[in-house]
Ligand binder design. Structure first.
Ligand code: SAM
Ligand code: MD0
Ligand code: SF4
Length: 348
């Protein structure tokens, strides 16, 4: 198959069959470079050099769930923490002052935060809105339908809830005991309630290339404004500790496919898989947001990489911004992101 031709066709707004997409996300050598170059071209046409910066605030690592890939699954005997609301507000303030555009309020499905209709979580979101005033992403896990209006009223701009895979059998094996449709509906309910949504896939959790194509198509057709891929990182003490993973180039090719399929979607270059070393490759695959930026000395963890690059400051705003400038890209401001979100919300 002529992979450069497929990439160019998608870049100019044409379509592709599933087998063409499969060729695209398994491309090698010069073909692979052509895919990335097409994705960058589309990204720069849509967004210029501007890159959004999201701060990751993993404020509670308690969780009632048992996802087989996750370090924070309930039965893993690890040290856990839950920050107080005051601590989280202070963190969000320092994130804002360091030039980060958004606070991603993330937790495990923590019984303390979700009781009484997500009372404590909702309160936290409104505290960030009122006291810090930067855009907010809510990543609380799967939330009942009736609680979405409260999330919106508290000031959440975008809800993140990653399906990981649209293969139902694989989902059941990985997100043990969780309901596929309920999780899928998180994105729908967020958008119905006037918030943006982020969907995501994991790469290297036992899926086939065809599963990846199917998952990318489903995420794009749901109409989410942000989509991501993360390579699975094996975690100590979990059932998948020894299952191995795949080369992260597979993730990069999935990011490029998302960019080529929906030109103006927001796509994260996460620092949570390969640390700061992985930022450039992801941007070069067509990403336009840097996520999982974490202030040093905040005693906050990552998810896939719980500690990599955090305490030495290599996942902090200053460092990310200096590297961005080195590669000729520009950090966006919180006001830029606010405008971007408002424009997207108006389309919902
Ligand atoms: N607990 C909430 C949830 O599951 O939706 C929000 C946070 S969760 C920890 C965020 C995401 O991190 C997961 O949806 C998954 O995509 C990703 N993740 C978790 N463990 C991972 C791992 N070992 N490797 C790569 N990504 C992982
Ligand atoms: C990230 N570590 O952006 C974060 C996290 C949750 N909304 C995002 C997986 O990579
Ligand atoms: Fe809990 Fe989220 Fe980890 Fe699943 S991925 S165990 S819901 S923290």
């Amino acid at each position: 198959m002529d992979v450069p031709e497929i990439a160019d066709r998608l870049a100019s707004g044409g379509g592709a069959t599933d087998s063409e997409l499969a060729a695209l996300i398994t491309a090698e050598g010069d073909d692979r470079e052509a895919v990335f170059a097409a994705a960058r071209r589309v990204r720069d046409r849509e967004f210029g050099k501007r890159t959004f910066l999201y701060g990751f605030v993993y404020f509670s690592t308690y969780c009632r769930n048992e996802c087989s890939f996750c370090y924070y699954r309930k039965s893993n005997s690890i040290d856990r923490y839950r920050k107080t609301e005051d601590e989280i507000v202070d963190l969000a303030r320092s994130i804002r002052d360091s030039g980060i555009n958004l606070a991603d309020l993330t937790m495990g499905e923590d019984p303390f935060m979700i009781r009484n209709g997500y009372e404590n979580f909702i309160h936290l979101v409104s505290a960030i809105r009122d006291e810090v005033g930067i855009p907010v992403m809510a990543s609380p896990g799967a939330v009942p339908h009736e609680d979405f209006p409260k999330l919106r009223d508290a000031g959440a701009d975008i809800v993140a809830c990653y399906q990981e895979t649209y293969n139902r059998g694989l989902f059941a094996d990985r997100r043990l005991g969780q309901d596929f449709d309920y999780r899928r509906n998180q994105k729908v309910w967020a958008m119905e309630n006037g918030m943006l949504a982020e969907d995501g896939m994991m790469v290297g959790i036992g899926e086939t290339v065809e599963d990846r194509v199917h998952t990318i198509r489903e995420m794009i057709s749901l109409g989410c404004d942000q989509v991501r891929a993360m390579t699975f990182v094996p975690q100590e003490g979990t059932p998948m500790e020894l299952s191995g993973t795949v080369d992260s180039v597979n993730e990069l090719l999935c990011l490029a496919a998302m960019r080529l399929l929906r030109h103006d979607v927001l796509i994260p270059a996460t620092l949570d898989v390969e640390g700061i070393a992985g930022m450039r490759t992801r941007l070069d695959a067509g990403a336009n947001v840097v996520t999982s930026i974490i202030p040093p000395a905040s005693h906050l963890a990552g998810v896939a990489q719980s500690s990599m690059d955090i305490e030495d400051g290599h996942r902090c705003a200053d460092y990310v911004i200096s590297l961005l400038k080195e590669i000729g890209r520009e950090p966006a401001t919180a006001a830029d992101l606010r405008r971007e979100f408002d424009r997207r919300k108006a389309r919902l």
